[in-house]
Structure formats: structure tokens, C-alpha cells
Design a protein around this ligand. Structure first.
Ligand code: B1M
Length: 211
């Protein structure tokens, strides 16, 4: 019988081939997909997030663990629809217009996926209209990243564009990135701010629970 604890540990260690093998073995043995996902992959990624927050893991370790997570998810994804596992919620994530930095945004995406969220990754250099479209097509949280002080005002524009489209009752906004602060979030009336990728998961859950 495949040991889900071993799967979790392999993910934490970033061992993608082993994660793939153990995930496939668990599927073959008939372990329910939600169990493999929650007790293996998501549990492992949650620990990666905690270690990252505690400065015990750095960006390379997180990226390697995320690659291992993808290796397992590639096997589970097609089975998830059949097994009726519902995503925790849907979040659109993008780096705002004029900004090409995506390492932090990608970490946020990986952590959110690891926590079971469905992600609409809008990419980099994303104009306000794209965020509005994402909100219209079902994303419950609009998550924006900016690494430049010159692109931060783009976040305010997005919050405003959502307001103008009467979408603020339907979606929550969350911002982050190295120059971004809680006080900036308050100033532009964003619903939430997260200083790092694992806090982004906590904040997204908090925003969804409050909505
Ligand atoms: Co640029 N760059 N860069 N750069 N770059 C910075 C940001 C800078 C601080 C460097 C410096 O001068 N010391 C500076 C900004 C200064 C400022 O505005 N105050 C800067 C500059 C000036 C520029 C250019 C203008 C340089 C030039 O061309 N003259 C140019 C701009 C291009 C553009 O975007 N239009 C530019 C270009 C680039 C590269 C393309 C070379 C490359 C980006 C590659 C890529 O992303 N694919 C790059 C890089 C790598 C950096 C540094 C070195 C590293 C950024 C990074 O990836 N950090 C950066 C200096 C630094 O930060 N030390 C710098 C690691 C990443 C994990 O952290 O992105 O902060 P971070 O994400 C964290 C949190 O912030 C948070 O979670 C993440 C994980 O914990 N987070 C969120 C991020 N988004 C979030 C969203 C959330 C929640 C949390 O919710 C939605």
C-alpha cells in the first residue's frame, strides 16, 4: 500500500520523479483521489509554505517542491472532475500592467494551487480590463502582484475598474509584492494584503470565508 506520508515527504524534498511514481501507485491501488490530494500533495505543500514563512526554506526549495507538486497534479487533475472534488475557490492572479516580474507571482500561484484553489493565471503586464473580465467569468478573488513602485498605482486602477463594473459585491481584491504594504492596501481599498506566498493562501481563505 502506498504510504501517503512518504508522498508528502517526497514533495517537501522536491523529488518530482518520486512524487509522480507514488501518486500513480496510489491511484493504481485505488486510494481515493481526495485522500491522495489532501493527505499527500496539499499536506506537503502546506509544510513547504510554513517552512518558507519561517525562513527555513528559500525560493529555490519552494520552486523545486512546486515542480514536484505539478508532477503529482498532472496525474490527479484528469481524475479530479470524476471524483467530484470541488476546488476551495477560484482566484485570478496576475502581475499588473507595465510590470514583468513574475517569480513572486508564480510562487503565489503555486501555493494557492497547492492549497486546492482553482487558478486563472493571467500572467504578467496585465491591464485592468483583464482582471475585470476574470471577475466576470467567476473568479471570487482578484489577486494582484507588483514589484515596481511605478506599477503599484495599477492596483488602484484595477480596484476602481471593479467598482465601476459593480463587481465589488461579487469579488474580493488582494494585493502583494515587495513594495506593497498593508497601508497601501488600505489606501486603495483593496480587501487584503499578503506579504508572502504562504500568507497569500491564508488571506485568500479569510477573504472567501468573509464573503
Ligand atoms: Co527587477 N527590480 N526590474 N527584474 N528585480 C526589482 C524589483 C528592484 C527592487 C531591483 C532594485 O533596484 N534593487 C527594482 C524596483 C525598484 C522599485 O520600483 N522600487 C527593479 C527594477 C528597477 C527593474 C527594472 C526597471 C530594471 C530596468 O530595466 N532598469 C526592470 C523592470 C521591468 C518591468 O517589469 N517592466 C526590471 C527587470 C527585472 C528582470 C526582468 C531582470 C527580473 C524579473 C524576472 C522575472 O520575474 N521573471 C528582475 C528581478 C529578478 C528583480 C529582483 C532582483 C528580484 C525579484 C524577485 O523575483 N524576487 C528585484 C530585487 C529584489 O527584490 N531583491 C528587482 C523573489 C520573489 C520571490 O519575491 O517578487 O517580492 P517577490 O514576491 C514575494 C512577495 O513579494 C510576495 O510573495 C512572494 C513570495 O514570498 N508577493 C505576493 C508577490 N506578489 C504577491 C501577490 C500577492 C501576495 C504576495 O497577492 C496577490
Amino acid at each position: 500500500m502506498t504510504n501517503l506520508e512518504e508522498l508528502k515527504e517526497s514533495l517537501i524534498g522536491g523529488k518530482a520523479p518520486q512524487v509522480k511514481e507514488l501518486t500513480q501507485a496510489a491511484v493504481n491501488e485505488g486510494v481515493p483521489v481526495p485522500e491522495i490530494l489532501n493527505q499527500g500533495l496539499i499536506a506537503g505543500m502546506a509544510i513547504v509554505g510554513k517552512r518558507f514563512k519561517a525562513n527555513e526554506f528559500y525560493v529555490p526549495e519552494v520552486l523545486i517542491a512546486a515542480r514536484a507538486m505539478h508532477a503529482g497534479m498532472d496525474i490527479l487533475q484528469p481524475l479530479l472532475a470524476e471524483s467530484g472534488v470541488k476546488p476551495v475557490g477560484k482566484i485570478a492572479v496576475g502581475t499588473v500592467k507595465g510590470d514583468l516580474h513574475d517569480i513572486g507571482k508564480n510562487l503565489v500561484v503555486m501555493m494557492l494551487k497547492g492549497a486546492g484553489f482553482e487558478i486563472d493565471d493571467l500572467g504578467i503586464d496585465v491591464p485592468a480590463e483583464k482582471f475585470v473580465e476574470a471577475a466576470k467569468s467567476g473568479s471570487q478573488v482578484i489577486a494582484m502582484s507588483a514589484l515596481l513602485t511605478t506599477t503599484m498605482p495599477g492596483m488602484a486602477e484595477i480596484v476602481k475598474a471593479l467598482e465601476e463594473a459593480n463587481l465589488t459585491a461579487k469579488v474580493k481584491t488582494m494585493i502583494g509584492g515587495a513594495p506593497v504594504t498593508q497601508s497601501y492596501a488600505d489606501e486603495i481599498k483593496a480587501d487584503g494584503y499578503a506579504p508572502d506566498a504562504s500568507s497569500a493562501v491564508d488571506k485568500a481563505k479569510e477573504l472567501l470565508e468573509a464573503s
